[in-house]
Each structure stands twice: as structure tokens, then as C-alpha cells.
Design a protein around this ligand. Structure first.
Ligand SMILES: C[S@@+](CC[C@H](N)C(=O)[O-])C[C@H]1O[C@@H](n2cnc3c(N)ncnc32)[C@H](O)[C@@H]1O
Length: 336
């Protein structure tokens, strides 16, 4: 490759970093939301600032940058957002939702000030601030969409069983978004959420109460060991959580024991690429970016074989491992 072409590619990466910040600001401040509401007419910078409750100075710079970065288009001084971009950045119920990934990338990297030290010492930072967990909640709304649109499509029998009712537990439920979506989709279910971080417990309880579902969703403070004193679940679910635990096989074993006969254990997670070919895809780039953040905090994503190995180590039956269209991995085991 000619050096000029390589230079251009790397400049793209540099401006991509700026673009990530522009998107994050646009999502967090509601700028995209206001532009979408304005439709084809778009908004001037002044109108956008007023409607989003921001200062016109920086918003004016953001408007120019948004056009320069092809996030939206300036037409006669009015910024117009196209519907495809709006859907990808704003629609949380779509598997293509990326707004949360932009916010999470920015928030996570704010904590990387110790990354150089981590590379030298190999000693991770264990504690992340509350804002990090809030950004995880934004990130994993995409997982909720993937679960409903891709995972359930693979499991018609489960859909039928859940429609009839039963008990479901979300282990490490974060802000409780999956539980709320499940309660709405399956009105006969009773649901339990376990969460270990106090700030996430408070957010989950707040979200559940705001959804008017406090009578059906019980958020308990604790980790998977809470399940040692309870049983009879039809479904135990780990969403983007198992790989972060110190002892994933032990957690699987405990969850398995809490299932009733015929009950299912589901894991939804994102696998590390297993081959060089997989590594060199867009998905590979994204996953390896996330992996750096995982390692920094002392956790790690694993390959699909790694997920199977957790089940073997827990002495559970070999699970069904399904690659979903989004690139997420679904692991399923059913108790006889
Ligand atoms: C990335 S969050 C996923 C939350 C939620 N399932 C979601 O999808 O939004 C990972 C979860 O693992 C929990 N966790 C991390 N380390 C843990 C540990 N050592 N013991 C128990 N829970 C832990 C956190 O509290 C958090 O709920």
C-alpha cells in the first residue's frame, strides 16, 4: 500500500475518534432526538440549542462538525438528520442500536488514565465508577433487543413455555431492563433480578417501580449465591455478566441447581474471535476494543469454546451454542 493511502486510513481513524465523541454528545444531550423530531425541515443551530436546553456556542460548533463528519446534513443553514441514522443511534428496541455503544466507548475510555500503568504492571483497576455501570445499562439495551428479536426466534419452545407462566431469574440484572421487557412480553411470569452493585440495585428498583411492575419483579441485592436458598425456576439468564464473574462455572452450577426439571439456563454474551479471519472483521475490531477495557478492569471476554468449557467445568450437559445474526452468542442448556 502507498504511504499516502495508509496515511489517509489512519487519519480516518483519528477523525473516527472525534466522531465518536460527537455522537456521544448528540445522544446524551438529546441533539439527535430534537433533529429527528424536526423531520425534513431540520433545525438551525440556535433552534437546536434552545430545544435541547444547551448553549448556542458549542451547539453551533457541533452542528458544523456533524455535517463535516456526515452524521447529518446542513441544508440552507438547517441541520437535517436522516431516518436511518436516527434509527441506529436512537431506537433502543432495534438489534442495530448503536447509541449505547458510542456512549459506553466514551465513558469507559474516560477511566483509561491508568491504562499505560496497567500495560506495564498487569495490575487491573477493579473498581469502576457509577457512571461506568450507567453506561453499561445504555450498552446492554442492545442485548435486550438482540434477545427478543434474535434469541427468542431460535427458541420457539421457550416462548410457548414462558407464555404459560412460571418463574424467571436474571442473574446480575444491572438496571433491570431485560426483566421489565420480559414482564411486558410475558404477562404470566414472576421475575427475580439479582444484582451485586448497590447503585445498580437502586437503579433497577427505580426502573421497575417507574414501569409499574414492582408487584411482579423482585430485585434482590446479592450475587448468584442468593439462589442457593431458592429453586423451581423455569429460566435462569446471564446477560453480558458471566464472563465478568470470578468463577463462571460455579455460578452456572448454582443457577442450574435452582432450575426446575425442564428449566433452561441461557447465557447471552459476546465471544472473542476464534480465528484470524474472524478477528479481521468489523465485529472482531469492536470486540477487541471492548476486550481491552475488560482486561483493564480485570475481566475478560472468552471464545465460544471458552463458554463451552465453563459448562464442562461445571459438570453440566454440553450446551447448544448459537451464533446470532448480530454477532452475539447464545448458549442454552436444558435440565432434564
Ligand atoms: C456488565 S454487567 C451486566 C448487567 C446486566 N446483565 C445487563 O445486561 O445490563 C455485569 C454484571 O456482573 C456483576 N458482577 C461483576 N463482578 C461480580 C462479582 N465478582 N460478583 C458478583 N457479581 C459481579 C455486576 O454487578 C453486573 O451486574
Amino acid at each position: 500500500m502507498h504511504i499516502d493511502d495508509r496515511f489517509d486510513e489512519l487519519i480516518d481513524t483519528l477523525t473516527g475518534f472525534q466522531q465518536t465523541w460527537l455522537v456521544c454528545l448528540g445522544v446524551e444531550l438529546g441533539l439527535f432526538e430534537q433533529l429527528r423530531a424536526a423531520g425534513h425541515d431540520g433545525l438551525t443551530a440556535e433552534e437546536l440549542a434552545k430545544r435541547s436546553g444547551c448553549d448556542p456556542g458549542p451547539v453551533s460548533a457541533w452542528v458544523s462538525a456533524a455535517d463535516a463528519h456526515d452524521l447529518a446534513e446542513l441544508r440552507d443553514g438547517r441541520l437535517v438528520l436522516d431516518e436511518d441514522t436516527a434509527m441506529i443511534l436512537l431506537d433502543e428496541a432495534r438489534p442495530e442500536f448503536l447509541g449505547g455503544q458510542f456512549v459506553h466507548s466514551v465513558i469507559a475510555s474516560l477511566d483509561w488514565s491508568g491504562m499505560v500503568d496497567f500495560f506495564r504492571s498487569g495490575v487491573p483497576v477493579r473498581a469502576r465508577p457509577d457512571r461506568y455501570r450507567q453506561s453499561i445499562e445504555r450498552l446492554t439495551v442492545q442485548d435486550v433487543a438482540v434477545f427478543f428479536q434474535e434469541a427468542l426466534a431460535e427458541l420457539p419452545q421457550l416462548v410457548g413455555d414462558l407464555a404459560a407462566g412460571g418463574r424467571v431469574v436474571d442473574i446480575h440484572c444491572g438496571g433491570g431492563r431485560w426483566l421489565i421487557a420480559m414482564a411486558r412480553r410475558f404477562p404470566a411470569l414472576e421475575l427475580v433480578g439479582l444484582e451485586f452493585e448497590p447503585d445498580s440495585v437502586a437503579r433497577a428498583r427505580g426502573n421497575v417501580a417507574a414501569a409499574g411492575l414492582a408487584d411482579r419483579i423482585d430485585i434482590r441485592h446479592g450475587d448468584v449465591t442468593v439462589l442457593e436458598s431458592t429453586s423451581g425456576f423455569n429460566l435462569a439468564y446471564f446477560q453480558y455478566a458471566l464472563h465478568q464473574l470470578d468463577d463462571a462455572p460455579a455460578a452456572l452450577r448454582t443457577a442450574w441447581t435452582a432450575l426446575r426439571p425442564g428449566g433452561r439456563l441461557l447465557v447471552l454474551d459476546w465471544a472473542l474471535p476464534s480465528t484470524l479471519q474472524e478477528l479481521r472483521t468489523r465485529q472482531g475490531e469492536l470486540i477487541l476494543g471492548v476486550q481491552l477495557d475488560e482486561l483493564y478492569q480485570g475481566t475478560s471476554l472468552v471464545t465460544r469454546d471458552g463458554m463451552r468449557a465453563w459448562f464442562a467445568k461445571a459438570d453440566l450437559p454440553d450446551p447448544l451454542v448459537i451464533e446470532l445474526p448480530s454477532g452475539a452468542t447464545l448458549v442454552v442448556a436444558e435440565r432434564a
